[in-house]
Design a protein around this ligand. Structure first.
Ligand code: NDP
Length: 314
């Protein structure tokens, strides 16, 4: 039996060591050295080539190397009926929350402005706001949104969330569905996108969404580049000078095209902060433990954790 590993970004050698430390009997075949296709029982992938996964007649499960599965569900020839499992991992969750907290605090404490003041040798103190007066809206409040939201609450921020289901979340005010979106946006000073990329959420960070945020709001996209209509963000940020435009700033970790092309306007925009998809990186050791645990569950016929519903796309 073998597990196929395919990723252009993750370290195949490290993943092989970590998987075999957990399950020495499981052979790891690193794409494209796949060998006999019938040997492949499991696939662990990031952006598998379209049509590849249907080549393995004995495939029992597809594991995503990331929390999102849009890079798998985009394959129009995905084998039918094979369960898809996403990555839910404590260290990944903690890293995502660190990123969210860092950028919320940066805007909340005007650090983005002091960075430019220093370049101009300008000594100027700006007024401070109380954390409880700053409303942080989690656009998508699942595993990652709830962890970041609770940690931001612990710092005193007024946290709210938007989700698909009409289910309350203990201690966090939530809005749901298309009807809940505008009221949620109207009350959000710092918007953090932590949605999965699905047909329903693609392009959700658009001119209408930005206009529904209060003047001077900030946007942090740490989910997927496909959520953002890039031209609409440029429009909402105005000339790029402080005080111009409806939005005060944006931090982007993910992009329509990655790596972000060198001539892309985001690189030099004074109100945009760019990071190279590093909000979190999957940890091979804990990730491998999680995958092997799920493989054992599959074999034992017990419920698998973190299964994806391909119908809704996450
Ligand atoms: P979850 O599935 O746990 O949470 C997703 C949230 O989005 C849920 O609250 C869900 O609602 C909500 N949602 C989904 N579709 C809709 C919709 N149509 N309308 C309203 N709400 C919706 O995912 P995670 O928190 O684990 O991960 C979120 C995303 O973060 C990933 O899919 C990935 O894209 C991104 N990510 C980015 C990383 C990076 O390095 N930049 C790393 C890891 C993840 P409900 O609660 O009702 O189900």
């Amino acid at each position: 039996m073998a597990i196929l590993f395919k990723s252009a970004w993750d370290d195949a050698g490290e993943w092989t060591r970590c998987i075999q430390a957990e399950e020495p009997e499981l052979e790891v075949r690193v794409w494209p050295e796949v060998g006999e296709a019938a040997d492949i029982e499991f696939a662990l992938v990031w952006e598998p080539p379209p049509g590849d996964l249907k080549r393995y007649p004995n495939l029992k499960a597809i594991f995503s190397l990331a929390a999102g599965v849009d890079h798998i569900l985009g394959d129009p020839e995905l084998p039918e009926g094979v369960p898809i499992v996403r990555m839910v991992d404590q260290s990944l969750t903690a890293q995502m929350s660190e990123y969210a907290i860092y950028h919320v605090l940066r805007y909340h404490r005007n650090m983005h402005l002091y960075e430019s003041f220093q370049r101009e040798r300008r000594w100027e103190q700006l007024p401070l706001h109380r954390a409880q007066d700053r409303r942080v809206g989690m656009l998508g409040i699942g595993v990652l949104g709830q962890d970041a939201g609770r940690k931001l609450q612990a710092l005193g921020f007024d946290v709210l969330g938007w989700r698909r289901a009409a289910r309350p979340i203990d201690g966090i005010e939530t809005f749901h569905g298309p009807d809940g979106l505008t009221p949620f946006l109207n009350r959000t000073d710092i918007l953090i996108c932590l949605l999965p990329l699905t047909p329903a959420t693609r392009g959700i960070l658009n001119a209408g969404t930005f206009a529904a945020l209060p003047e001077g709001a900030f946007v942090i996209n740490m989910a997927r580049g496909g959520h953002l209509v890039e031209e609409d963000l440029i429009g909402a940020l105005g000339s790029g000078q402080p005080g111009s435009g409806h939005l005060a700033g944006a931090t982007l970790d993910v992009f329509r095209e990655e790596p972000l092309p060198p001539d892309h306007p985001f690189w030099r925009h004074p109100k945009i902060t760019v990071t190279p998809h590093i909000a979190s990186l999957t940890d091979a050791r804990s990730g491998a433990q999680d995958i092997i645990d799920n493989i054992r569950r599959l074999r034992a016929g017990t419920p698998v954790r973190n299964l994806v519903d391909p119908e809704i796309g996450y």
